[in-house]
Write a protein that binds this ligand. Structure first.
Ligand SMILES: [Zn+2]
Length: 418
């Protein structure tokens, strides 16, 4: 049932990254993690509470999702880190054999909690579920993420609000740098506590056993000897110099991958692009570069062209639940009455199981009737569209071409059904 072939690569400790081809600033590469090999640039669907809303794991596999995200803040509050740990970590708990990345919880602590209190030690916040009081520090955020057991985890950072003046952005960036050093120190001391291997793999036999059974050489590490990879996060608000300094300080601490955080927080899109482009110049190209929390289909192509290797965004899944669908012919708001008797597929150029089977009229009816199936099918299509978009980007890079989302995909002649 599960494709376990990529899971047998156990001869490494955390991750490794290989760039196979380049086109302009864009890289096509492979990121080897303890649970899967990931082709980059990659789009990572968001599974906030260990679930990509509405989409079963076998469907995610069919769509070609190589790595998904979990949110530490939400999982820490419910079901709790110990529960997930006892189930073998997120891989075992949610029966997902491929790669997982968790954020540090920082972004949600800052964005979902108006009553938070921040000091050098960490952040006190109230649960959005029941109002109970909690505390996250670099150390406790690492402890939580080690317990959740994702392949890639993130340092605890402060996401600088927008707008922020320069003094505020500097102070925030400097605290993020100090927290990054504390995150790494705790991680290095505790990274072997990750809940993989041994007897921890409750419910995960399908993907854990092949590693152990295939072990013929005692010198080859089992997954229990592998560790997670901790990525650093660059902050610095919308100030290019602060971003440069943040990148340098984060690189000095030393991580196997680097993220650009604190963007898509309300700033104009041109500014996002400018900060991404300038920050990338200061990040090593032989390490994966992860742009957090972006973007539209056009934007993910644009950022891949700039040299970003990894991206995540709630947009395809969230928009789908609101009936907003991304297609090769542009955005479709499926709730519109004009689709009520439209027999055409949602996207005639999409090979996903939704477009192969259902009409716009049916999808519109499901949405108008508030059927759960509307959310499921809409989400499957949108994720398929994002993942296909990145597949095309990788193909273009390997051909040495720049990916042009608008000209190569969206400007195709419309079929006769329009
Ligand atoms: Zn489709």
């Amino acid at each position: 049932m599960l494709e376990s072939a990529p899971l047998l690569q156990s001869e490494r400790m955390s991750i490794s990254f290989h760039v196979d081809s380049t086109s302009g600033k864009a890289h096509r590469g492979r990121l080897l993690t303890p649970h899967a090999e990931i082709e980059t640039p990659v789009f990572m669907p968001v599974g906030t509470v260990a679930s990509v809303k509405g989409v079963p794991q076998d469907t995610l596999e069919e769509l070609g999702a190589q790595i998904i995200l979990g949110n530490t803040y939400h999982l820490y509050l419910r079901p709790g880190v110990q529960t997930v740990r006892r189930m073998g970590g997120l891989h075992g708990f949610m029966a997902w054999p491929r790669a997982i990345l968790t954020d540090s919880g920082g972004f949600q602590v800052f964005s979902l909690n108006e009553l938070r209190k921040i000091n050098e030690e960490g952040v006190t916040f109230r649960s959005h579920l029941d109002g109970s009081s909690h505390f996250f520090s670099p150390e406790s955020a690492m402890e939580a993420q080690i317990g959740l057991g994702a392949d890639i985890i993130m340092t605890f950072d402060e996401c600088t609000e927008y707008p922020a003046d320069r003094a505020r952005a500097r102070a925030s960036m400097e605290m993020t740098a100090r927290w990054a050093a504390r995150s790494k120190k705790y991680f290095e001391e505790h990274k072997h506590e990750v809940p993989w291997g041994g007897n921890a793999h409750v419910g995960t036999d399908a993907f854990v056993r092949p590693v152990d059974q295939g072990r013929t050489n005692a010198s080859v590490p089992t997954r229990s000897e592998q560790t997670q990879a901790l990525f650093g996060i660059v902050q610095g608000g919308m100030d290019r110099e602060l971003r440069r300094e943040s990148a340098e300080r984060t690189i000095e601490i030393g991580f196997p991958g680097y993220a650009i955080g604190g963007l898509s927080v309300g700033e104009p899109r041109e500014l996002t692009r400018e900060i991404v482009e300038s920050t990338l110049e200061h990040l090593p190209a032989d390490k994966p570069r992860y742009l957090m929390g972006v973007g539209t289909p056009e934007e993910i192509v644009e950022y891949a062209n700039l040299g970003v290797d990894m991206m995540d965004c709630v947009l395809p899944t969230r928009a789908a639940r609101h009936g907003l669908l991304f297609t090769s012919e542009g955005k479709v708001s499926i709730k519109q009455a004009r689709y009520a008797q439209d027999p055409a597929p949602l996207d005639p150029n999409c090979a996903c199981r939704v477009c192969q089977r259902y009409s716009r009229a049916y999808l519109r009816h499901l949405y108008a009737s508030n059927e759960v199936l509307a959310q499921v099918l809409n989400t499957i299509h949108n994720l398929s569209f994002y993942l296909d978009t990145m597949r095309r980007v990788r193909h273009s890079i390997s051909l040495g071409e720049e990916s042009r989302f608008l000209s190569s995909v969206w400007s195709r002649p419309k079929p006769g059904t329009q």
